[in-house]
Write a protein that binds this ligand. Structure first.
Ligand code: AFP
Length: 331
């Protein structure tokens, strides 16, 4: 997009949304979430690392940072006038904000994903999924927007409304200005982020990791979903996975407010996101805190993971799998 007389660093988030002719209410919502992140940053940079229930030297009740982040976002969404329903990792149920759905949006968010990493000073983030109207339990392909804010050495914000995925950096005035527009991901990568314990991997995932290592792909894993996905996005290559484990057939990550928004963003960059068998964005959530295994990043590498799982796991139900098991047992 040509912007006579402007450098991209002078394009702030609201202007970018307007340039993409994003609906006014959705623009307002995304900007409100960006505003809320400034208070979350303040609590991260200055907050005590106390636990909920303790109080600081002024006798003020201390909150865990993720509870505090949840309150900051909930309050902002409550007063935005454009939210119908909301829910987060910290809430047990969907919170109704407005009875009418017309012109309003429903928001699912993880207010501070990776909060257990704060006390070892690793990067954490906020993940947001936005649907039009009142219904949150929809397949991820129906999202109208997804975004995350990454609280790292720099604070950055990444969003998509379905026309590309774009990154903004927070400047000295705490404004988000454009850094990268229409980010893309290569079909095949040279880094991988393997979540969960290796000894609990199923045969398909185990074989996939062995293939990656034999290919010389480098392991890069921080334990934070947002920084690990951001690395794949901004390096333009790589694959993250938190697979189904022997003791966790649905994996660890939540579909609605972790996996699905990231799948939306990565697909907008030309990547792919699968649960090992099916496209994440086609999954129909059946409960608000439902989990899903996830393989997300370079399209060819995601397809390869599916292939290993199909050959070494789903065949277990067919004769092929049983014959392989009998042969292995006989040898
Ligand atoms: P916390 O929010 O409990 O710190 O977990 C972070 C997370 O949900 C996600 O950000 C990481 O990708 C994943 O868990 C890491 O899980 P493992 O520590 O089991 O690898």
């Amino acid at each position: 997009m040509s912007r006579p007389g402007k450098t991209k660093f002078q394009i702030d988030l609201r202007r970018h949304l307007r340039e993409h002719e994003v609906d006014d209410n959705l623009t307002h919502l995304i900007c409100e979430i960006a505003e809320a992140s400034k208070y979350i940053i303040h609590s991260l940079r200055t907050g005590e690392l106390g636990v909920a229930g303790t109080s600081n030297l002024y006798g003020e009740q201390q909150l865990e940072l993720d509870v505090l982040a949840d309150r900051i976002l909930r309050k902002r969404l409550d007063h935005s006038r454009v939210v119908a329903n909301m829910m987060s990792e910290e809430m047990d149920e969907i919170i109704p904000v407005s009875p009418d759905c017309e012109g309003k949006y429903s928001v699912a968010f993880d207010p501070l994903d990776g909060s257990s990493l704060v006390d070892v000073n690793l990067a954490v983030g906020t993940i947001v999924s936005i649907f039009e109207g009142c219904d949150l339990l929809q397949p991820g392909r129906n999202q109208v927007a997804a975004m995350y804010i990454l609280y790292g050495p720099r604070t950055t914000l990444v969003y998509s409304v379905g026309s590309g995925v774009h990154e903004f950096g927070m400047n000295s005035l705490m404004e988000y200005t454009l850094l990268h527009e229409n980010i893309t991901i290569e079909p095949r990568g040279s880094l991988y982020s393997p979540g969960g314990q290796r000894n609990l991997y199923t045969p398909g995932t185990e074989a996939f990791v062995t293939h990656l290592e034999e290919r010389g792909v480098k392991l890069r894993y921080s334990g934070g979903f947002v920084p690990d996905i951001n690395q794949v996005l901004l390096k333009g290559q790589g694959i993250f996975f938190y697979p189904h484990l022997k003791n966790l057939p649905q994996g660890k990550l939540r579909l609605l407010f972790e996996v699905s928004p990231m799948a939306f963003l990565i697909e907008q960059a030309g990547g792919a996101a699968s649960n090992g068998h099916r496209r994440i964005l086609d999954l129909q959530p059946d409960k608000i805190h439902g989990r899903s295994p996830v393989f997300i990043g370079c399209k060819e590498d995601v397809r390869l993971a599916e292939e290993f799982i199909r050959k070494l796991e789903t065949d277990q139900t067919s004769d092929g799998g049983k014959k392989r098991q009998q042969k292995a047992a006989a040898s």
